[in-house]
Design a protein around this ligand. Sequence first.
Ligand SMILES: Cc1cc2nc3c(=O)[nH]c(=O)nc-3n(C[C@H](O)[C@H](O)[C@H](O)COP(=O)(O)O)c2cc1C
Length: 379
Amino acid sequence: MLIGGGGLIAATAVLASWRAIETGMVLTDDAAFDPWQAWKQTAIGDPYALVAAAILASSPHNTQPWLFKVTDRHIDVRADPNRNLGAMDPFRREKWIGLGAAIANIEIAAPARGFVTRVQLLPEASDPDLAARIFLQQGRAVPTALAAEIDQRRTNRSAYDRQRDLPASVIDSLLALDDDSVRTVWLPATGASGTEFARETLAATRLIVADEEMSHDGHQWFRSNPREVRLHRDGVATPTSGIPAWLARISPLVPPVDAAGAGQYWLRSTERQLATAPRFGLILVRDLYDRKLQLLAGMRWQRMHLMLTAEGLAAHPMNQLVEVVDRDRQLKRHSATAQTLQAWTGRSEWRATFAFRTGYATQAMPHSARRGLAAVTVS
Ligand SMILES: Cc1cc2nc3c(=O)[nH]c(=O)nc-3n(C[C@H](O)[C@H](O)[C@H](O)COP(=O)(O)O)c2cc1C
């Protein structure tokens, strides 16, 4: 019996170390995370410093759908035609929100690296992949509080403290960003609309999980072990998915799950995420499918997330509802989800293009991987 038990332990240990080697758990190099350090070390007056900041921006499923062309006078931000979420983002609406987030990081990083910028969105009608041209002038380097948050920001998918709502002053400062193009709505999680948001987001998650094409296409960007993370340097990986830190450490030992298995896990974690958040928010524009408004919404999200980070608050986009609206439009189905969303905006001409939760996190979250400058700059 003892010998049998020992043999089992030995066999398990051998298997575990084999999987550890196979999945890359035992490798120590972590170049996939170097970009988070690299931005800090960039020089004043170097335009590539701004690209180093741009690549740390948020993007849907960490697809990093961007390419950059750097000259002495400007930086072009381009959509990478090869990187998208397929049926999860059939109109590439989220992709362009991600491009907006990268543009915001350039704007916010610029003063800290001695640049004055002028941003022109969609500068050439004949070049639809050109999202922005950002003109640069050398100026005095002025460190700013927001630029200092660029390498601190991350998506936190852990449980939040439901009892601790955002200070009213924080919501006020975020509402002050509202303008004629992009507005926000803030829903207390325990109020009627917050409760409905949670219920409907869970229902939308179920719809997505049951939609094989959406599930499959989303799963293409899931990285189930460190070897995959090192190889691709993109996507959402297990350690940032919101599971407890101890489980994240041993997760490379667990065989990879398929799209259906990941879907079930996603449903359970969505339930927990919704049940613990004190606040939900919506970013609104007048037209979901207008490229410029998509960029402006992404610029707003990135800035808001940096501001929340500066206040010690965590944030987590939860876009299942709007993803279902896109899918309904693609399949030409009646969209009950679009009508539900509309009820919360309170203004008939405004549409929700981005949803999130925010609050104080119960668990710190690691950064996600990034491709380096060589992979994202073009001549
Ligand atoms: C347009 C857009 C939509 C997103 N939607 C979701 C979402 O529905 N669920 C989620 O967990 N994260 C979502 N995210 C967050 C990204 O997955 C995250 O930014 C990316 O994995 C990089 O990680 P980081 O924010 O920690 O740097 C979204 C981000 C963007 C820009």
